[in-house]
Design a protein around this ligand. Structure first.
Ligand SMILES: *Cc1c(COP(=O)(O)O)cnc(C)c1O
Length: 429
């Protein structure tokens, strides 16, 4: 379409970059159709849960103060529990982010003397201070919770003998991170997570399993809670908020785990009974409703990026053809300059703050300098089109999101444009 090509050119995308993008897209139609099938299933799953719980206008009313008898809040939690097939759920704007949700889940269910095990290697950067792997005030380590870790095998698979060895009488909770985070290991499928959970529970039947589900929601038709996780945890400014939730986190799981989480989040004795919704219910319900399609668009963007960048000589994780279990795409750009150029492109394609220039900076909770590109309606929202990564080899940018597929496409084309302009990528033929 000439009209579109002209508009893109006006926005800074050269005809050569546009043409490359179209060629790549031609080959992706079957994969995109498969993603739409998953989205259709998940859309029906969410609507079914909303209908079953008789969601109505009354659920959207704002509450303040203690928030006793908050109909909308309590019903939203039932909707989440139904979608995740769990006994209970804690879905709150008082949970400030994913790290907070994970912290609540861990600290509510680990007591002094207990041990936490990660059988999948080093957890996400911010969790390292929560656990106390990096010393931090109020870490689990400070409260007498020990930590053990089993690294993945070189091929990215689980080291079952070492995991069996690591589980001991103190092991109370096992944490499994679904998404790769800022690592270059593969993301696990829900099926793989299920196998790992079954193995761990085979070794110690009463051990609790928490899955960090950040970025994984709605990418598949099942969730970790469908394969034995006691707690499935994530952020509402990622997938399940659908881009509309302005804050929040969720924990879905067994009634026993969730009630402890609620006591930890508010106070012993108060639990789930308090926590006003502050008028956020319309956004949380509607965002959850939108989430399956938003996630599908983001996943298409990730696949497009891999198929655009890999042939240009940049290693992509996941690679151009492998199956997807989260919405993250890592592109190894090989240099700080490459990371900056890529992020400049993502920023320049944003609906908000497109005029800003992303630069590396020291960010709380992270060990290395981090660069972040985001022109988001919600600050830091990474279901919106965003790219970030720690400035360390292999200089990988972790790219994710896009509330619409077309925005994701534009952002990726713009990133390539900036790479080409900086002389860091050569289109060839
Ligand atoms: C984003 C993320 C977190 C932390 O979430 P925040 O909302 O940034 O605190 C934890 N684990 C993984 C795998 C993540 O991707």
């Amino acid at each position: 379409m000439e009209e579109l090509e002209m508009l893109y050119q006006e926005m800074g995308i050269s005809p050569a970059v546009y043409a490359r993008g179209e060629k790549v897209l031609d080959a992706l139609q079957t994969r995109f159709a498969a993603i739409d099938k998953v989205a259709e299933y998940n859309q029906a799953k969410v609507i079914n849960a909303m209908q079953k719980n008789r969601v109505s206008a009354a659920c959207f009313a704002a509450t303040t103060g203690y928030g006793y008898d908050d109909l909308g809040r309590d019903n939203l939690e039932r909707v989440y529990a139904d979608v995740f097939h769990t006994e209970a759920a804690l879905v709150r704007p008082q949970i400030t982010c994913g790290t907070h949700a994970l912290t609540v889940a861990l600290s509510a269910n680990l007591l002094p003397g207990d041990e936490l095990l990660s059988p999948v290697g080093m957890p996400y950067d911010t969790l390292q201070e929560v656990i106390g792997i990096r010393e931090s005030p109020c870490s689990l380590a400070e409260y007498g919770v020990t930590y053990r870790q089993v690294d993945l095998l070189p091929d990215g698979s689980f080291d079952y003998p070492a995991i069996r060895e690591a589980i001991n009488e103190k092991t109370k909770l096992i944490t499994i991170q679904r998404s790769k985070g800022y690592a270059t290991r593969p993301t696990f499928s829900v099926k793989q997570i299920g196998e790992l959970i079954a193995f761990c529970k085979g070794v110690k039947p009463d051990v609790l399993v928490m899955v960090d589900n950040c970025y994984g929601e709605f990418v598949e038709t099942i969730e970790p809670s469908d394969v034995g996780a006691d707690m499935t945890v994530g952020s509402l400014i990622k997938n399940p908020g659908g881009g509309l939730a302005p804050i929040g986190g969720y924990i879905c799981g067994t009634a026993q785990c969730i009630s402890r989480c609620a006591y930890r989040l508010s106070a012993p004795g108060l639990g789930q009974e308090v926590g006003a919704n502050l008028g956020l219910m319309p956004a949380l319900y509607q965002g959850f409703f939108m989430a399956p399609t938003v996630v599908a668009g983001a996943e298409k963007g990730a696949i497009f990026a891999a198929n655009l960048y890999e042939p240009l000589g940049f290693r992509c994780v996941p690679n151009a053809t492998e199956s997807r279990h989260d919405i993250i795409q890592a592109v190894e750009l090989g240099s700080e300059a490459g990371m900056i150029a890529f992020c400049k492109g993502i920023q320049a394609a944003a609906p908000v703050d497109a005029h800003a220039t992303p630069m590396p900076w020291d960010m709380p909770g992270y060990n290395d300098k981090v660069i972040m590109a985001a022109g988001a309606f919600v600050q830091g929202s990474s279901i919106e089109l965003s790219a970030d990564g720690p400035i360390r080899p292999p200089y990988a940018v972790y790219f994710q999101g896009g509330l619409t597929w077309f925005h994701a496409k534009l952002g990726i084309l713009m990133s390539l444009q900036k790479m080409v302009e900086a002389g860091l990528a050569v289109l060839g033929e």
